[in-house]
Write a protein that binds this ligand. Structure first.
Ligand SMILES: O=c1ccn([C@@H]2O[C@H](COP(=O)(O)OP(=O)(O)O[C@H]3O[C@H](CO)[C@H](O)[C@H](O)[C@H]3O)[C@@H](O)[C@H]2O)c(=O)[nH]1
Length: 235
């Protein structure tokens, strides 16, 4: 069995990764502070896969606790999704973003070293390509960022690269996504943050989720769609 620690494991991408790992015969261990997700996700993963993953509610900045978790669960590798991700909020609260995202990664790497776990996949973002104006953009384009959230992702990538060059036993990979969107085909997991959604796509998906739960709103959408269709066909 391969045991994988998923930080941010009950979040949007983390929960889908947990399902895929279970379906590939691996054992995800979810670690999340639940700052932007809910423990209900564990029920949903169980409904989809018939396997209930362990959820540990913890903050990745608790380095000693994290090191114990790596050892106790015999973790082979980590996938680090835990981070704050709202660009606008990062401009308002840069310290929270540098603390969560940059200090969070440092803590994970320190705990991995203590527990002798040497493989990590990092959740980065296409925002690290900045605005250098080249199109198409190549993977080795220089990194830059236009806001504190993006800066945290650039720093996270540089920290991982520097640590790996000082320690050949550390193996790492980056995932740089462009606007991930959509839900699991079962409809049981998707982007569904608590409170006010903090980016455009989660706002749209949360609004639709609320609409679908309320048939009155659904009827309104269908009426609007019909009106829109008749406007288009009459043009
Ligand atoms: O300090 C923190 C901050 C966040 N989280 C958790 O981390 C998860 C992040 O999941 P989200 O659903 O908020 O975010 P996504 O899965 O969509 O985000 C992923 O993709 C983003 C880019 O699209 C960023 O790279 C981000 O780091 C990465 O988790 C959440 O469960 C949240 O509760 C923590 O446990 N501790």
């Amino acid at each position: 069995m391969t045991n994988i620690l998923l930080t941010g494991g009950t979040g949007y991408i983390g929960s889908h990764t947990a399902v895929s790992l279970i379906q590939a015969g691996m054992v995800p261990v979810l670690l999340d502070s639940l700052v932007n997700s809910s423990a209900v996700v564990v029920d949903r993963i169980e409904q989809i896969t018939s396997i209930r993953p362990v959820l540990i509610q913890a903050d990745v900045r608790e380095t000693e606790r994290l090191a114990h978790i790596f050892i106790e669960h015999e973790i082979d590798a980590a996938i680090h999704f835990s981070a704050l991700k709202a660009v606008g909020e990062s401009v308002q609260q840069p310290l929270a973003y540098y603390d969560n995202n940059v200090s969070g990664l440092i803590s994970v790497l320190q705990a991995m070293k203590k527990a002798e776990v040497r493989h990590i996949v990092l959740s980065s973002s296409a925002t690290v390509y900045g605005e250098h104006g080249q199109s198409p953009t190549s993977e080795d384009a220089p990194l830059s960022a236009t806001n504190p959230y993006g800066q945290t992702k650039v720093m996270m990538e540089r920290i991982a690269a520097d640590v790996a060059s000082s320690d050949a036993s550390l193996r790492y990979a980056m995932l740089r996504y462009f606007n991930p969107v959509g839900a699991h085909p079962s409809g049981l997991i998707g982007e569904h943050p608590p409170g006010v959604p903090n980016n455009l796509m989660s706002y749209v998906s949360k609004s639709l989720w609320a609409c679908v739960k309320n048939s009155l709103y659904l009827a309104m959408i269908m009426t609007l769609a019909t009106v829109r269709a008749s406007v288009i066909t009459s043009m």
